[in-house]
Design a binder for this molecule. Structure first.
Ligand code: GAP
Length: 458
């Protein structure tokens, strides 16, 4: 199979989450640079590359895995450790088929698709203008509903009785565990359940690098509130989630909120707002915050026969809580943070590419670099510093090039600090610490390094 192109005129347009969303000045060269950096430095590789690639699948390399992990950790910290009203969950990807009947996914989780009669390509109807974007033909089939859930079979027999689906959202795992969690956590309304995990959608037109794929990770909170508090809680969560991105260094001018029009709402939603990011291919959804009303608990009560209610012991009343759902994508967040942090600047007639990722998200916090690798005492000292720091945070040792090149390499992957050990260090037991963003250098005594980084990084 030929490696599929990442950006074609076709999927530039597919990209928009909303139909025909366009930006007058598409800065596609930025995304091309990000794609190249991701591959070159080991953030993101084409999936199954040695076999020619499997279209629209991506594998996160050593730095990408670290970045994603840092994003998920920051999310978990903000929503679980730093609050008292949300608990975590890690539910199964495969769920009882009835879940998808109750949730409405079997019936409603579908896009209208059309096929080009000439080149046989399939498209989402709302993303093309009556013409095949591949070959230009206007001979298209009637629009048909195409369900986006991936089907599989549980067990050795492939018949209808063993049909199962890969979850298209992590949310349903939370709803079906509502009673379990209420029982064990003794939370009172309002409270939330959060989880991070893989979801799968057989998207008709995936595209634009990791923005829309068929396998992706979500970070979802289902926040249960009294119905009369739902509107206020919805507003609260829209702001809370918007501020989370800002707090991790995302630029305000690249973020905006977009409330959904009534006719755009998903079948379960009473209200929804997207947090959109100004991607190089236009403003597109990063996260959605929805007021799901009592739809989910009511549906699962009906289909399972279990009463999914919250019992308010003080008032002796049963409540079917409303649900406010902030739902974000890990892969989209990673892409947005990468784009947002990417800078090119002139330094002494050379172009320096630098990723200004925040200290929470930067994959590598510090790199220890010996200035002269042919001086064993310097190498030994640099190695000893590296050994002492790596129990505290993620750092690397690198002596594979000249110092200028090592700095450029670390800048390009967002490493916050470079520590250089030189001849002088042998005498004064100090190293040069260089700041990624300002490129300022200061001499710090080796003894003080741990304290210095505790202050700078935590
Ligand atoms: N439980 C609600 C829900 O799943 P959604 O708006 O369909 O809502 C939430 O998805 C988030 O998941 C999106 O904002 C996006 O970040 C991410 N997401 C959805 N589909 C995706 C895809 N095909 N590829 C990558 N991320 C996706």
């Amino acid at each position: 199979m030929k490696t599929p192109p990442i950006f074609t005129p076709r999927n530039q347009e597919d990209m928009a989450d909303r139909p025909l969303q366009t930006e007058p000045n598409i800065k596609m060269d930025t995304i091309e640079k990000i794609v190249s950096l991701c591959k070159r430095r080991g953030f993101i590789f084409q999936g199954s590359e040695i076999y020619g690639g499997l279209a629209n699948t991506w594998d996160y390399g050593p730095l990408g895995a670290e970045l994603k992990r840092n994003i998920k950790d920051a999310w978990w910290r903000a929503n679980i450790y730093q609050r008292q009203d949300i608990v975590g969950l890690d539910s199964a990807i495969l769920m009882h088929p009835k879940v998808w009947e109750a949730s409405g996914h079997l019936q409603n989780f579908a896009d209208l698709s059309v096929d080009c009669k000439k080149c046989k390509k399939r498209w989402r109807q709302d993303q093309i203008r009556g013409k095949c974007p591949e070959c230009g033909s206007n001979e298209l089939t009637e629009a048909r509903l195409f369900n986006l859930m991936f089907k599989t079979f549980q067990g050795p027999v492939e018949d209808n009785a063993s049909l199962a689906y890969l979850r298209p959202e992590t949310a349903q795992g939370i709803f079906v565990n509502f009673l379990n969690v209420v029982d064990v956590s003794r939370k009172k309304l309002p409270f939330g359940i959060a989880q991070v995990g893989k979801s799968f959608r057989n998207e008709i037109t995936p595209g634009n690098f990791t923005f829309r794929t068929r396998e992706f990770e979500q970070m979802e909170i289902e926040y249960f509130v009294r119905p009369e508090d739902a509107d206020k809680s919805y507003e609260y969560w829209v702001n809370e989630r918007y501020n989370w991105y800002l707090g991790l260094g995302m630029k305000k001018e690249n973020l905006r909120l977009r409330p959904h029009a009534k006719d755009e709402l998903a079948h379960y939603a009473k209200a929804c707002s997207d947090i959109e990011y100004n991607f190089p291919f236009g403003w597109s959804e990063l996260e959605g915050i929805a007021n799901r009303g009592d739809f989910d608990l009511a549906q699962h009560s009906k289909f399972s026969g279990k009463e999914l209610v919250f019992f308010d012991a003080a008032a002796k009343e049963k409540i079917v809580p409303y649900i406010i759902e902030p739902s974000g994508g890990v892969d989209r967040a990673a892409l947005a943070f990468l784009v947002d942090a990417y800078y090119e600047e002139k330094v002494k007639d050379e172009t320096r590419a630098v990723l200004r990722l925040s200290k929470e998200l930067a994959p590598i916090k510090a790199a220890v670099l010996p200035l002269l690798k042919n001086r064993p005492e310097i190498v030994q000292m640099a190695r000893a510093i590296y050994e002492s720091l790596r129990s505290q945070f993620y750092c690397v040792y690198d002596d594979t090039a000249a110092i200028g090149k090592l700095y450029r390499r670390q800048d390009e992957i967002g490493t916050l600090f470079c520590l250089t050990v030189d001849v002088q260090s042998l005498e004064d037991k100090q190293v040069t610490v260089r700041d990624r963003d300002t490129m300022k250098q200061e001499r710090i005594s080796i003894e003080r390094l741990k304290d210095y980084f505790t202050k700078e990084l935590f």
